[in-house]
Design a binder for this molecule. Sequence first.
Ligand SMILES: Cc1ncc(COP(=O)(O)O)c(C=O)c1O
Length: 393
Amino acid sequence: MVRRPFSSRVPSDRCSNALARAVADARASGRRLIDLTQSNPTRAGFEYPDYLLSALADARGLKYEPAPFGLVAARQAVARDYARRGVTVSPERIALTASTSEAYSLLFKLLTDAGDEVLAPRPSYPLFDHLARLDGVVLRHYDLEYHDGWSLDMASVERAITDRTRAMLIVSPNNPTGSFVSRQELRRLETLCAERGIPIVADEVFVDYQVRPGACVDAGRVLDVDQGLVFSLGGLSKSVGLPQIKLGWMAVAGSSELVAEALDRLEHVCDTYLSVSTPIQAAAAELLSRGAAVRTQIQSRIAANYRTLAEQVEAVPSCTLLVADGGWSAIVRVPSIGTEEELVVGLAREGVLVHPGYFFDFPHESYLVVSLLPPEDEFAEGIAGVLRHVGTS
Ligand SMILES: Cc1ncc(COP(=O)(O)O)c(C=O)c1O
């Protein structure tokens, strides 16, 4: 038989699962669906001011001046955005990317060889599996534990480290647990990783979104780290609700000698792709400042929906809402009457879409993950449907 001419970076099993089929059937039926998996802010009923994109017509976009880390003015704007949150970083330590996902790929190229390992939290964001695999990297997990709040299981981090570990990924606040990496946890990770020469890659895309007021006060500040090597990732897709603009960034901190070499090497990687378009770089400062109008709406929406969720779940003794400190999602523990898959497929048939915990690698069943982005009335109606279904199945 002739060999199939494809790499194993793309999985051979790409079939849709039972949930995807149930969702496709529900959509095809034309019935009304309440989508509590909606994580695309541009489809969640927020008002995007008309003037938001006017900066994309800036005449600076007509000139091509290739710069591996991006135009200085755009990097300065990102530095000001960190300063808005009280974080100091020099524009020289910032590189622009087309998205956070691309930043991961560039960092895997900088830090790993094929077959090397990176550590990622569990439960977390399912895209990590694909991002790692597409760059020939092996993903290993450490655990987040829940006891009336999430914490990082340090023993599982130590167990997961091998002599092929090349990066420690942290997500703060994490998707879907909504947990920030605390100051104390970051200090311990910083020491552990610096001793072993393992860089920390901190995904902070949701950092502007606190569900519990004051939650981020206790959060570790990765760019204050002054030993080892640390990268902070962010982007417009979450910070101002503009995923379609395709602008992300990474900022580097740590020991000055390592930072200098990392930047030098990273410049080579970024120079190979030069992936961020000039009009977007020229518009970055305006998008970051004007986008605050969208961010504020998202902040109040997620807070309102989390309150509604807490009230509704409180009234159903068999269900528990897990504490979320930040981010765009929330988790409800529900009774394990059937499998999570049966539950979410049943809900899809009744017209409510939710994610099962296993999508995010929860260690056991049964959890449902809901997005806090949908419009308040739809969200309340969808959650009522979920709780009715769980209570009567
Ligand atoms: C934790 C996390 N990081 C990164 C991303 C993707 O961000 P970007 O659109 O900048 O690639 C997501 C998207 O949902 C996410 O949940």
